[in-house]
Design a binder for this molecule. Structure first.
Ligand code: PEP
Ligand code: MG
Length: 319
């Protein structure tokens, strides 16, 4: 698929609206960087974001800053792989190593923020130090745009993805210096179990229903509530209808998923009550193994939501 084709797909927001989305919770900006020899210019990134916002008809879009490295390698830059790319330079770590690229992207997105509701989201933040450094670059960019009298929304929200155990354990500190949290469960699970998500040999260790994951998510909800901060999930767990009761029961109210999953997850939400999801979570949190939780879920959902669950391939831990 060409970059242009990809862009058209990404900007098919009409379909998102039709599917019943209320916002775009994760716009993956790296698509503009992959499969091409050059880096996108500020103007190109600006135009891309403006086109997305226009097509979204006023729906807020959360733009994730560049998330490359590990499995996503642009041709235009060299990213030191190191002995273990998933644990090396990737994502925000790369952006902080290349502030020129980060600044160009932030300038483009801040300029676009003058044209529609836009939020920034920083991926793979390891802790407060990185967040402070990211915020400093945002301050610098806003200062420059202000001095140039270039239109931008200086109050555009800045959010942090919780994708590492270190970020999860210090989410209260991060929460004091950002506007929202979004849990990237794909990476959070990878790093919680120290199991490379690209390595099929350890796929069995990716267990979204494991007590380690459930406890982490519960703690994150409590932290966000205490800080009065919105929290969402944008990893694959959010779009798995088999897991909807768990996420709603834990307290998540914002789920970001592929548009084809929206009707499935909505069917589960509409066909159940918060109270029964909360009751199920209380049972699940008392369990010691992911398999037990999967069985509990299956027994509750199969009778009532066979049409939604049927044909859907559950994540490995739920199999
Ligand atoms: C995640 O890690 O859950 C996530 C949404 O980011 P990605 O899958 O792009 O790493
Ligand atoms: Mg991720």
């Amino acid at each position: 698929m060409s970059v242009a084709e990809r862009r058209i797909l990404r900007h098919d927001r009409e379909a998102e609206l039709a599917a019943g989305a209320e916002s775009i919770g994760l716009s993956r900006t790296e698509f503009l960087y992959l499969e091409r020899a050059d880096l996108p210019s500020e103007q190109e990134q600006f135009e891309d974001a403006v086109a997305a916002l226009r097509a979204a008809h006023g729906m807020p879009i959360t733009f994730r800053t560049l998330d490359v490295g590990a499995d996503k390698l642009p041709l235009s830059v060299t990213i030191p792989a190191g002995p273990n790319p998933a644990l090396g330079i990737r994502s925000t770590r790369f952006s902080l190593q290349r502030p020129d690229i980060l600044k160009r992207q932030l300038r483009a997105l801040y300029r676009a923020s003058a044209t529609g509701p836009l939020r920034f989201m920083f991926p793979l933040v390891s802790g407060l130090d990185e967040l402070k450094r990211l915020r400093a670059v945002c301050d610098e960019v806003r200062g420059e745009l202000g001095a140039e009298r270039t239109a931008h929304d200086g109050a555009a929200a800045l959010g942090v993805m919780i994708e590492t155990p270190s970020a999860a354990l210090t989410a209260d500190h991060l929460a004091r210096r950002c506007d929202f949290l979004s849990v990237g469960t794909n990476d959070l699970i990878q790093y919680t179990f120290a199991a490379d998500r690209e390595n099929g040999d350890v796929a069995h260790l990716h267990q979204p229903l494991h007590p380690a994951v459930l406890r982490t998510l519960k703690a994150l909800i409590e932290t966000a509530r205490a800080a009065g901060l919105p929290i969402s999930i944008c990893g694959d767990m959010a779009g798995d209808p088999f897991l909807t009761w768990i996420l709603v029961g834990l307290g998540f109210r914002e789920l970001s998923m592929d548009r084809d999953r929206l009707p499935l997850v909505k069917a589960i939400v509409r066909g159940s009550s918060v109270e029964e999801a909360e009751a199920l979570v209380r049972e699940a949190l008392a369990m010691e193994e992911a398999g037990e939780v999967a069985e509990l879920l299956r027994s509750r959902l199969e009778g009532r939501f066979a049409d939604v669950i049927d044909g859907f391939i559950p994540l490995p831990a739920a199999a």
